[in-house]
Design a protein around this ligand. Structure first.
Ligand code: MN3
Length: 233
């Protein structure tokens, strides 16, 4: 898959749809988005240094992420899940084998994660800013709540900024590879921003200091992506 396809694929936020598709993304079968070759990371492994070191990025991307990609493809091959879009698949994930939940979540959550980081300085849009202020009181309060969710998640998992159907934004955390699109999670909605707090995402550089990793994460947040996800929710 070409780099621009990868970006467009992640940029649609809710469902994986290649740039050439130009169709209603909610109707795209998931198989078409993931049966391509393993995509390239849209920036170099050292692009997010010093926040995330090159070795961590390389191992995370080429080993952990690649395994989710490969396993998810294998898990859904020749099953009805292969014909479903991700949003529908996750909405009924409780009816799927646990491997599909773990590997499908691992595949999709990382897609969101890679694209919601950038070496370039970006800013929240006025619209998103106002939604954040409405829910949290201020940008600082939002960051505090998001960071707390990330720091307090017990064991492996993710912290999220999520939008509900009315556009109200909230923070949540999920264990393992669960995400806010899944019917098994309590707080459901459209994912806008996520941070991976599995140890493999930070341990080489930060060791046990998850809090430091989380605090530094703001240096690499791609607000352009978050703005787009909020606008397209
Ligand atoms: Mn990971």
């Amino acid at each position: 898959m070409e780099r621009r396809n990868f970006i467009a694929l992640v940029g649609t936020s809710l469902v994986a749809v290649p740039v050439w598709a130009n169709l209603n993304p909610t109707k795209m079968p998931v198989q078409r988005a993931i049966d391509s070759v393993f995509p390239e990371l849209p920036y170099s492994y050292n692009a997010l240094e010093p926040t995330i070191d090159a070795k961590t990025m390389e191992i995370h991307y080429t080993k952990h992420y690649k395994a989710y990609h490969t396993n998810f493809l294998a898990d859904i091959k020749d099953t009805p899940a292969a014909e479903m879009d991700l949003k529908d698949l996750f909405a009924g994930i409780s009816k799927q084998p646990i491997a599909v939940r773990n590997n499908g979540g691992g595949y999709y959550n990382h897609l969101l994660f890679w694209e919601n980081m950038t070496p370039t300085k970006t800013n929240p849009s006025a619209v998103l800013n106002s939604a954040l202020e409405k829910s949290f009181g201020s940008m600082e309060k939002f960051k505090e709540e998001f960071a707390n969710a990330a720091k307090k998640q017990f064991g492996s998992g993710w912290a999220w900024l999520v939008a509900d159907k009315e556009g109200k934004v909230f923070v949540s955390a999920t264990p393992n590879q669960d995400n806010p699109l899944m019917d098994v999670v309590e707080k459901k909605g459209t994912p806008l921003l996520c941070i991976d707090v599995w140890e493999h995402a930070y341990y080489l550089h930060y060791q046990n200091r998850r809090a430091e990793y989380v605090d530094n994460f703001w240096n690499v947040v791609n607000w352009d992506t978050v703005n787009k996800r909020y606008a397209n929710r």
